[in-house]
Design a protein around this ligand. Sequence first.
Ligand code: CTP
Length: 402
Amino acid sequence: MRLQDKKILLGISGCIAAYKSCFLVRLLKKEGADVKVVLTQSATQFVTKTTLETLSNNPVALEMFPADRFVSTHHISYAEWADLIVLAPATGNLIGKIANGIADDLLTTIVMAKRCPVMIAPAMNTEMYLNPIVQENMSVLHELGYLLISPGSGELACETVGIGRLEEPEIILKRIIAHFQTSQSLAGQRIVVTAGPTREKIDPVRYISNFSSGKMGYAIAAEAAARGAEVVLISGPTALTTPTGVARINIESAEELQRQVQKHAGKKDILIMAAAVADYKSAKVSKTKIPHGALSQIELKANPDVLAELGKSRSRPKYVVGFALEVGSDSKNAVRKLKEKNLDMIVMNDPTQPGIGFGGDYNQVTIFTTKGKPIELETMPKPELAKVILDMIIGKLSRKQA
Ligand code: CTP
């Protein structure tokens, strides 16, 4: 039983595919899950409370304020109870409400109060599904970390053929099982991630920096925390919010970054250096604003190479990952850095390629490790790449330990 003791809250909204959710409840129960079902008002047009109470062996909730009993803050209790919320089928209306912060019934209020991941399996007519507003709402939810199960194609209830069918209950079950397997894949590990640019002060009004947005490092930190790792994120100045479950330490200069990395990344930890460290700083920080005529005389001094120093030190973390920015994807340079900095893995990307790299939501990388061939990956959203990188690290570590 692969879902023993897992608490799953199944939200069903009003769509003919709701009948398939009855099968999903049976499959979840067979795997040992404790299932509670919450229906929207329209869902009751398609399935009954009695059917789902019988299948789940739990009371089924529907109303925010049922007339017959005292409920107090039951939306919060449901949100606290669940290990995973699954919305299947999710109508365009339900998706739209969640993406836009509307909580006007019990199910949407529970989702607003969520503490756990939310998986969404949409089902609707093809035109509705492809409507740009629905697509936009789904991409908002995807970026916020909601897990989407794309609908399948085939015959629809409206007697047309196209995309929009609720994914089969067996496939949704597989995704739920896979979710719980990966969600524990970094339990017991401590990961230190650096992200964003460093800022090297010149005088009270100027600094040397770069265009790093921090998105890649933040995506890695978020994914590592979601998989059960203890995550310390050492971050240069960015406009990003701290991912759930991550301890963030703000730094400005490369020297501050080095101090924090040395303090937090111990021998038993994994270090992922996604920060774009400024290679040079001003040799002397002026206390007063330097007149513009004197700016061309600023003397520069090299910053410490944080990664190289730690990679060679006695307190080197057990797995060290660097990022290499190589214009024209110069793999020789990336391999040289892998060796010279004594890394286990280096992730190479070309920040000058349109649509990827600095500031963008996508990245295209090649990954080099000390053993094995380089792996050239497709262009993908940074959160997806974070998953691939962590899967590779887990694979390498388990082989090391074996
Ligand atoms: N790095 C670091 N300290 C520095 C410079 C870089 O720790 N002073 C780390 C980065 O966080 C990254 C890796 O080293 O993980 C490679 O960074 P990159 O800027 O590509 O390489 P550099 O060594 O600075 O070489 P160059 O800029 O000449 O390509």
